[in-house]
Write a protein that binds this ligand. Sequence first.
Ligand SMILES: NC(=O)c1ccc[n+]([C@@H]2O[C@H](COP(=O)([O-])OP(=O)(O)OC[C@H]3O[C@@H](n4cnc5c(N)ncnc54)[C@H](OP(=O)(O)O)[C@@H]3O)[C@@H](O)[C@H]2O)c1
Length: 331
Amino acid sequence: MEKVLITGSSGFLGRHLVRELQKNAPYLSQIHTFRSYEYDLRERDAVRALLADKPCDTIIHLAALVGGIGANKERPGEFFYDNLMMGVNLIEEARKAGVKKFVNIGTICSYPKFTPVPFKEENFWDGYPEETNAPYGIAKKALYVQLLAYRQQYGFNGITLLVVNLYGPEDNFDLETSHVIPAMIRKFHNAKTNGEREVVLWGDGSPSREFLYVEDAARAIRLAAERYESAEPINIGAGREITMKKLAETIKKVVGYTGEIRWDTSKPNGQPRRCLDVTKAEKEIGFKANVLLPMGLEETYKWFVENIERIEEEERREAISRSYAPNPHGL
Ligand SMILES: NC(=O)c1ccc[n+]([C@@H]2O[C@H](COP(=O)([O-])OP(=O)(O)OC[C@H]3O[C@@H](n4cnc5c(N)ncnc54)[C@H](OP(=O)(O)O)[C@@H]3O)[C@@H](O)[C@H]2O)c1
């Protein structure tokens, strides 16, 4: 019987992963979780205390500062520092604590801006990432290098999963920090509710993206934790590409909005194309995505509608507490 520690368990992917392990990992005797206000992973002492308080065999490291293009552009320093420091501290303390396996949740944002499509794991180092998410992507890529070095010097067993854009129920629908799917859902929903004639979306609609339903992602992480032992990164995705234009039309239909879409070309497009080669995941861990995008979008929108009142109430409370809180940067 094993003990696992999940960092970032309160987040979007984390909540689904906890449920996936509770349901499908009967060999686990304990699933440790915690919040950042209890143990801030950017602080080395907090990480040391965490591993002393919650001893474990495996760590699945999800905790991160994440967001869409807007948030990455606004706060590149934080995206670099927080993501790097959380991982560096955790991997070093995990090694010292004798943790047997470390599952590092990486990101497709670490791939070079102009990677041949579909992205293959062997092209991971062939260039610099797309500029708007490079600080985030490189911080996460550095953790992969740390794990390689630790495997070589200490025999520490760390694996890295390169996870594509996720979506699904319980995603972050805050328009200031959300990823593209929840942002589009909310914009179309608001426009429908308020009878607005057009919805403005970022960029020109030409870039392509790939999306993986969050429950599929949680299953892939469990399978990799159980079956994958190599240092080489492994792509986790659905292996299907869709343009922003097509995505917007699909979400518009799911939401039932009948107005126009206007593309704001003064806003960045982000990476031109994104789609993963997922053959390695299928071969090595037996993972194949189950949920098709239209079906997943229906589920996501259903969840959003059922939870909109709670989301709005939480946002009101957060806005009030932010207006009273001291500026964290002392400015
Ligand atoms: N969402 C995507 O589309 C996507 C795509 C590819 C890869 N990923 C990766 O998947 C992972 C999870 O993403 P997500 O979307 O689930 O993120 P999320 O919903 O924003 O959750 C972030 C989690 O990180 C924790 N955290 C943040 N700062 C922390 C700190 N200083 N100390 C301790 N914990 C901290 C948060 O804990 P508190 O709530 O307690 O603050 C929260 O549980 C990330 O590693 C991300 O890079 C996500």
